[in-house]
Design a binder for this molecule. Structure first.
Ligand SMILES: Nc1ncnc2c1ncn2[C@@H]1O[C@H](COP(=O)(O)OP(=O)(O)OP(=O)(O)O)[C@@H](O)[C@H]1O
Ligand SMILES: [Mg+2]
Length: 492
């Protein structure tokens, strides 16, 4: 006999199990209910279609619980929101802001072996021997303490000496007690510091879906989702249609919800975030169960290489507080594609900056610099859309906001056009090396306000014009080559 009441009883029962996290039982009941609805559809000619539809809905619910079962399995590798390192640190004297270190808690954090490169954390005056003045012959130092900020930009053609110059600066800063985070996109910044690879082994990974701001005004899941959508669109060559963005946005909101994270309840923001593996599973599920199949197929075609990569799904999550304690080079070259490199570097920088913010402003009397971030080949991070002036690009955010949180920034690229206006105007120090050709000389001369002839006259690798906030005139300097640095910090 057809008894629709039985179906609503089963629905209630299954939902109760689901609420209590017993997804397996809920799934079985949904399947029973689907079977029953199909039986009713055969028994009732009048309501055949109605019961068939109900059966399909129950099957969809059963599939959804499958996802929840999968999610809960991943969930069981806890990323606890209490008993975390950042919190411990706050009790040992480091400043704490409302957007606190909770988000950096992670019991499955990486344990990088830093012991091979002993690091003396006592910071001394960062008077970096930079090079020789080519016209006057005297030594030229770079001291970020004497400049408006600790930002340095190097621009020059291929072979002009950017990478070599960066290597010198990193080595000198580390010897003076300053941790440096080197995001090495070409894999050629070989310096005597601990180095890890981001690659297919998934030995180290990072979660781009981790919420980085718990600030009630601007944080939570929705800003994270918006930023992630931007990041996908910038770093993936094929364009996304409006439909694809709408569906992806809905999917992400739902995914956070399934992990118990809702925008309206800030207390939920520090819960275990979903990861790319979950997103991949969910998109695949939706591809099979919704009418927007073609949209999901198109999304998966674009996103799968990112979502499946062990650099984003590995279990050994990079421990951000460690980066503020020890110099670290992260070799991103093995990621091979621009999309993977851009998303990885973007995620690392956002999490590093969020952690710096959680430590609060650098106070009067404290050392101005907690960490230097060093990036060669910045162009790669500008992505396929080349949005150099986008204020939400992480490089532009760092250039405008990072100084007060103790971050120094050393960036290099082949052309001045690879940097946004905010970056160029905020860099207290610039080293303009030999341009690639006359066109580049013209561009760099205009972009960086330096006479074009001076640039075309440069011949030697490592030679260029140093412009700093503490000096009114550009100085023609040849940087010390990394291999022949003149003196070590311990000899000063
Ligand atoms: N200050 C220097 N003194 C002497 N030789 C240098 C100096 N700087 C760089 N060189 C040499 O010049 C060559 C090119 O330098 P480097 O690789 O740093 O250039 P680059 O600007 O990074 O080029 P690319 O854009 O192709 O990566 C290297 O062989 C390096 O040893
Ligand atoms: Mg180079």
């Amino acid at each position: 006999m057809v008894d629709a009441g039985k179906l609503s009883d089963l629905l209630k029962q299954a939902e109760e199990y689901e609420e209590n996290g017993d997804y397996q039982k809920a799934k079985l009941i949904y399947l029973d209910a689907a079977e029953l609805a199909l039986k009713f559809s055969k028994q009732s000619v009048k309501n055949k279609v109605k019961f068939e539809t109900i059966a399909a809905q129950f099957i969809e619910k059963a599939k959804n619980t499958d996802l929840l079962i999968n999610l809960s399995k991943i969930d069981s590798i806890p990323e606890k929101s209490n008993n975390n390192k950042a919190d411990t640190k706050s009790t040992t004297g480091k400043a704490k802001s409302p957007n606190d270190g909770l988000i950096f808690a992670s019991s499955k954090s990486s344990s990088i072996d830093f012991s091979k490169f002993p690091f003396n954390k006592t910071k001394i005056e960062p008077t970096i021997p930079f090079g020789l003045h080519t016209e006057l012959g005297n030594h030229v130092d770079w001291n970020p303490n004497e400049e408006m900020n600790g930002f340095m930009m190097m621009v020059g053609g291929s072979g002009s000496g950017k990478t070599d110059g960066l290597k010198s600066l990193i080595t000198e800063l580390v010897e003076r007690g300053y941790p440096c985070l080197v995001l090495d996109l070409h894999g050629d910044i070989e310096v005597p510091i601990t180095s890890i690879n981001f690659d297919f082994t998934g030995e180290y990974s990072i979660n781009p879906l981790k919420i980085t701001s718990l600030d009630k005004g601007e944080g939570g899941a929705i800003p994270k989702i918006n930023q992630m959508l931007d990041s996908f669109q910038d770093s993936i060559e094929s364009k996304f249609s409006a439909n694809m963005i709408t569906e992806l946005r809905k999917t992400l909101i739902d995914l956070y919800k399934k992990m118990g994270i809702v925008q309206k309840v800030p207390d939920t923001w520090s819960r275990n975030p979903p990861n790319f593996e979950n997103l991949n599973q969910y998109l695949n599920l939706l591809k099979d169960t919704t009418e927007a199949r073609t949209t999901y197929l198109a999304l998966l075609a674009r996103l799968t290489p990112l979502l499946e990569h062990p650099a984003f799904t590995g279990k050994n999550i990079l421990d951000i507080p460690d980066i503020f304690e020890y110099p670290l080079r992260i070799n991103l070259k093995p990621l091979t594609s621009l999309s993977l490199q851009a998303v990885a570097a973007d995620t690392i920088m956002r999490q590093v900056f969020a952690y710096a913010k959680s430590l609060g402003f650098v106070k009067e009397g404290e050392n101005k610099f907690r960490l230097y971030i060093v990036i060669d080949e910045v162009k790669i991070l500008m992505g396929f859309r080349g949005k150099v002036n986008d204020p939400s690009h992480i490089i532009n955010i760092l250039a405008t906001e990072a100084r007060k949180f103790g971050i120094g920034l050393i960036l290099a690229s082949q052309s001045g056009t690879h940097f946004g206006e905010d970056v160029k105007s905020n860099m207290a120090s610039k080293m303009i090396l030999k341009p690639m050709n006359n066109k580049e000389a013209k561009l760099n001369s205009k972009e960086l306000h330096i006479n074009e002839r001076l640039l075309t006259d440069l011949t030697l690798p490592g030679e260029g014009y140093l412009i700093t906030s503490s000096d009114s005139e550009p100085r023609r300097v040849r940087m010390h080559a990394h291999s022949t640095r003149p003196y070590k910090a311990d000899k000063i």
